[in-house]
Design a binder for this molecule. Structure first.
Ligand SMILES: Nc1ncnc2c1ncn2[C@@H]1O[C@H](COP(=O)(O)OP(=O)(O)OP(=O)(O)O)[C@@H](O)[C@H]1O
Ligand SMILES: [Mg+2]
Length: 275
């Protein structure tokens, strides 16, 4: 353990998490904890403004921050949704498409490097005992980068890079968690949506927006995020690979909870990833 920290020895954080542990997302309607492993998966969240996406993203980022085997790459089109975690992120991209594309190109290179190494040693995927961190790539408001800002070429490049990282990242230990307040087919085409093993639909204004997140047919079967009351912020339908959507309420971290967690995570990381 490194001794560079100024904290008294009895203040060293001793408990940490792993990205291979299940992530606590909230509780379901029966009161059971919704704890989901997200490694080797990608997670898409959608819902109208104010429905609870950023709150849930913060829970996942908190898990990443406390995981000593996680490198966090945060993309925040609003700069303030994930901004509190900036000090413990390896990469933080604000509302800047040039920067976003540069970082996604770097992520693509890292992914290619990992696959080349896996091929060299005849392995299929990165595992917990490998000396490389899981990369948690969180994008709050995909639409900001994919349809709102920059030039057409830049937005197209963003989508091409993101699609590649989502499609090939899993076995290389790269998790993408993306949120959008505009669940429409131009932002989340079916072919992109289907690459996400986990989907979480917070309140949507139409059945078809809900289906764009979960996949076509669920609304007809009675699982529509349009039925979530507007005042029920943080309630969503979680679809995990192959199951049926599960109604849940996300956990909530207040700003002061987050300040405390950031400080803890900073200490944890300063102690050399091995407290
Ligand atoms: N699980 C929850 N428990 C309690 N309050 C919640 C929860 N989820 C969301 N809220 C409340 O709803 C507000 C809006 O949530 P959030 O910022 O996550 O919305 P959003 O979907 O990210 O919106 P936007 O698309 O505008 O960014 C929060 O500030 C909080 O007050
Ligand atoms: Mg938000």
């Amino acid at each position: 353990m490194s001794t560079t920290t100024a904290a008294a020895p009895d203040r060293y954080p001793v408990a940490s998490l792993s990205m291979y542990d299940p992530v606590h997302l909230g509780i379901d309607e029966y009161g059971y904890s919704v704890d989901t492993p997200i490694v080797y998966r990608q997670l898409l969240m959608g819902g109208e403004p104010g429905s609870g996406k950023s709150v849930e993203l913060n829970n996942i980022v908190a898990h990443g921050a406390l995981s000593t085997d996680c490198s966090m790459w945060l993309f925040d089109g609003k700069e303030v949704e994930l901004g509190m975690w900036r000090d413990v992120a390896d990469v933080f991209v604000g509302p800047n498409i040039t920067d976003a594309n540069k970082r996604l190109r770097q992520l693509q290179c890292e992914m290619n490097r990992r696959y080349a190494e896996l091929a060299r040693v005849n392995r299929r995927k990165v595992i917990a005992t490998d000396p490389v961190p899981v990369i948690l790539c969180v994008i709050d408001e995909v639409a900001y980068y994919s349809v709102t800002t920059g030039t057409k070429d830049q937005r197209e490049e963003f989508m091409i890079l993101l699609r590649d990282v989502i499609a090939r990242g899993r076995a290389a230990g790269i998790i993408v968690v993306a949120a959008t307040q505009r669940p429409s087919a131009d932002i989340i085409p079916t072919s992109l949506r289907d690459l996400f093993g986990y989907r979480l639909a917070f309140r949507c204004t139409t059945d078809s927006s809900s289906d764009i997140i979960l996949s076509v047919g669920w609304a007809k079967q009675g699982y529509s995020a349009k039925d979530i009351a507007p005042e029920d912020r943080g309630i969503g339908l979680l679809l995990a690979e192959g199951g049926t959507p599960r109604r849940m309420k996300s956990a909530y971290l207040s700003d002061s909870d987050i300040y405390g967690l950031v400080e803890y995570a900073r200490q944890l990381r300063r102690t050399g990833w091995s407290a």
